[in-house]
Design a protein around this ligand. Structure first.
Ligand SMILES: [Zn+2]
Length: 315
């Protein structure tokens, strides 16, 4: 099944919904809602207050139980999955311990400051404007998780059991899957990018590949990615194949002595070149090189964005 990305709220099962963004590019993230009995659980908020507010209005119009959201799960620390947290007032906000720490290191005001300086950043600034210029980062109140966990956590939503499974570090440091077996649905956060290129800020890649295999083995047929259309297990396998392919290509170039950015420019994306944002290869190869060399220090995020800006301009 490859559904077109039809934006808005999609009922998936009895009391389970996906919110799909109008496109899957930078910052355009999906979310989810699970309700039962008198309870409701929201999976992720969006990149800014306007987008999150519109999503909540649409959810409340379709589903009375969404009027009071008791629990919010942030699948990971990236702002496009948690910047709208302040709009879910009174909810218990749950994330992995690693995600909660990562969120505190790049609060919304840091993103607002970067965007304010974009005009002085030349090619990088143009790229930032193109990727993130549609979102409003000023005035967002940083609203961190109120409850953290490590490994796994089971929640109840009415009579439904919802499993939270920490599979990171992978895309970020503390990625979490949200699986509701009775609804046969899994919300994967950014463990899945469908029709756009996965970006591995953290790694190791083996964790991410293991997470894909875990989803492929789940008793679930409705798979909601962090970005892009609802998918199935073939969609998950394609993401896994991309990660393995980039790993193998990067490894060969590392062994041949190429630098990380040289390698990123050299890798032929072949069947994956149709996915949007192919320039994310620059981040993926950099993270893989960090793994290969056993280095701990991450390359500065602005430097990685600068490399992506250069690649995007070349393509
Ligand atoms: Zn995302």
């Amino acid at each position: 099944m490859t559904t077109r990305q039809c934006p808005g709220l999609h009922p998936l099962a009895h009391g389970a919904y996906a919110w799909l963004a109008p496109q899957g590019g930078w910052g355009w993230s999906n979310a989810g809602l699970i309700v039962d009995g008198e309870e409701s659980l929201l999976i992720d908020t969006l990149y800014d207050l306007e987008l999150t507010g519109e999503m909540l209005r649409r959810m409340r119009a379709a589903e009375p139980l969404a009027k009071t959201i008791g629990t919010l799960v942030n699948t990971h620390a990236n702002g496009d999955h948690c910047h709208g947290n302040e709009l879910v007032a009174g909810a218990e906000i749950i994330a992995s311990t690693a995600s909660a720490l990562e969120m505190s290191e790049l609060p919304p005001e840091a993103m607002a400051a970067i965007m304010q300086s974009a005009r002085e950043l030349g090619l990088l600034g143009e790229y930032l404007q193109r990727c993130f210029g549609q979102f409003r980062f000023d005035g967002i109140q940083f609203t961190p998780p109120t409850r953290t966990f490590d490994g796994e956590l089971d929640l109840r939503v009415g009579d439904k059991t919802v499993h939270l499974i920490e599979v990171g570090p992978a895309h970020t440091r503390g990625d979490v899957l949200v699986h509701c077996p009775v609804d046969r649905v899994v919300f994967t956060g950014d463990i899945l990018f469908i029709d756009s290129t996965p970006v591995m800020w953290q790694g190791p890649v083996a964790n991410w590949i293991r997470a894909c295999l875990l989803i492929e083995g789940m008793d679930a047929d409705l798979i909601v990615p962090g970005h892009g259309p609802i998918t199935d297990k073939h969609g998950v396998a394609r993401v896994r194949h991309y990660l393995q392919y980039v790993h193998d290509q990067a490894r060969a170039r590392y062994d041949a002595g190429l630098g990380a950015f040289e390698a990123a420019k050299d890798i032929e994306l072949s069947e994956y070149s149709a996915w949007s944002d192919p320039e994310r290869i620059a981040v993926n190869v950099d993270s893989l090189y960090r793994e290969f060399s056993g280095q701990q220090a991450r390359t500065d995020t602005l430097e990685l964005l600068r490399r992506m800006a250069e690649l995007a301009q070349m393509s």
